[in-house]
Design a binder for this molecule. Structure first.
Ligand SMILES: [Zn+2]
Length: 453
């Protein structure tokens, strides 16, 4: 007799599709078989059963300038659960002069009090952390195995600084994760556009050209190779970056990459809407053309991407629209956390652009493996019982009013999807129960990311 049995579902893993029962005891997957008996049984006939999805790139209650991204660790993880996500990785951004350990403790205190699912944290290495590179081995022992390096924004590192940071992370065996854009060119193009009076969000993607996202990705791949480090490229928005990544992979370089739902589902003409509507989808890298979007799907189907995450970082309508005098004053970021798993199923599997197993691999298994979440991402005996019972026939329309996310708007408004989680289970606890959310605030645990090869 098991605590919980998920019965007669179609079990989809990254490598197989089978039918059967999953028995859960003490929060762990205890048995895979037929006709298992449980104190509670979820009838999964006609449903898919997948590992809980893992979103390795989210920004909850993240301070940017005078604003903070809208979803805190409670609201954000509640939205995650409703979307079938059972683990997230967020970020630590140390202050200059603050030790990495203190910064980690501060961020953990926020998340521990609020997160309803298990979470990990990337450590950010900005210019103010270059004198703390000797703290990297220690912070890896404390559970931060991945390091965020920016090539854009105020936190951006110059090439020599990137080289030093990549060398230190590489030597410690950690995994660098990189925001790759050419900041110098972007700054020049923004300045030029604004001087010409090109201030509307229409000019946002035109100030961040695909060529220079690709140039930056190619450059950091070369710097990482010289420094003897792996590198994971975040939020790839366009096919030119894919070319750089696939070239590196062909050479056998340890390079991996993610893309995000916004680049697969949305296009840059959204920036041409009037007023705040054009400002809402501002994010970086920006949304691209429809042709680029279609090519990204092809790349995804061909296996050129390793993971899909969200870069979830929404701001509310008032903040997005507070200063529309120039596109570079709009806080960047869109919400995607709640729709990711359903949208990738509906638009990907439903349209035969990726297989069911690729869907699970990109959203669950490889994210967990890449970041060393050893108890997550797979349906095998002994792993955490983080599972989703997914109704592939459920038709629904994305609308901000019905989402748990707190931004109050979504760039996917009106998108018709087929497929939605009915149950989301975290360590054996049913947090989404026939579509109803019930989870205790703060039940989520800190996950150590173990990236050492
Ligand atoms: Zn991000």
């Amino acid at each position: 007799m098991y605590d919980l049995v998920i019965a007669k579902g179609k079990i989809v893993t990254s490598t197989s599709v089978t039918e059967g029962d999953i028995g859960i005891n003490n929060g762990k997957i205890a048995a895979l078989g037929q006709n298992l008996e449980g104190r509670r049984v979820i009838d999964a006939r006609g449903k898919l059963v997948t590992p809980g999805a893992v979103d390795t790139h989210v920004h909850l209650e993240m301070p940017i300038g005078k604003y903070s991204s809208t979803d805190d660790f409670y609201d954000g993880t509640r939205a995650a659960v409703c979307g079938g996500t059972t683990s997230i990785i967020d970020f630590v951004e140390p202050e200059d002069g603050q030790s990495l350990q203190d910064a980690l403790a501060e961020r953990r205190a926020l998340a521990d009090a609020r997160s309803v699912i298990d979470y990990g944290l990337h450590m950010t290495i900005g210019p103010g952390q270059l004198d703390k590179l000797d703290q990297i081995p220690g912070i890896m022992d404390a559970g931060c195995g991945s390091f965020k390096l920016y090539m854009a924004y105020g936190l951006h590192l110059r090439d020599d600084q990137l080289y030093k940071a990549l060398s230190a992370v590489g030597e410690a065996g950690g995994l660098p994760v990189v925001h790759a854009e050419n900041w110098d060119i972007i700054c020049a193009l923004i300045e030029e556009n604004i001087k010409k009076g090109n201030t509307s969000p229409h000019w946002h993607p035109r100030s961040r050209p695909e060529e220079f996202e690709a140039e930056a990705a190619g450059r950091v791949i070369k710097i990482a190779a010289t420094a003897g480090s792996r590198v994971h490229i975040f939020h790839v928005s366009c096919p030119q970056v894919v070319e750089e990544i696939s070239r590196a992979k062909v050479k056998g370089l340890p390079v991996t990459a993610e893309t995000c739902p916004q680049y697969l589902l949305l296009t840059q003409d959204l920036y041409d809407r009037d007023g705040v509507e054009g400002a809402l989808p501002v994010c970086s890298p920006p949304l691209r053309s429809d042709a680029s979007r279609r090519e990204l799907w092809q790349a995804l189907g061909s296996g050129l991407f390793d993971t899909i995450s969200t870069d979830h970082c929404p701001f509310c309508r008032e903040e997005k629209g507070a200063d529309l005098s120039a596109f570079n004053r709009i806080p960047g970021g869109v919400p995607s956390m709640e729709i990711r798993f359903s949208a990738l199923y509906s638009e990907g599997v439903g349209k035969e652009l990726i297989s069911e197993s690729q869907w699970v691999d990109l959203c669950c298994t490889t994210p967990a493996r890449l970041f060393g979440l050893k108890d997550k991402g797979e349906i095998t005996i002994g792993r955490d019982a983080d599972l989703v019972v997914f109704d592939p026939h459920k038709e629904w329309v994305v609308t901000a009013g019905e989402l748990q996310e707190t931004a109050g708007w979504t760039p996917y408004e009106g998108l018709k999807l087929k497929g939605r989680p009915v149950y989301t289970i975290s360590r054996g606890d049913i947090l989404l129960d026939e579509g109803e959310f019930k989870a205790e605030k703060g039940r989520g645990c800190f996950l150590k990311t173990r990236t050492k090869a």
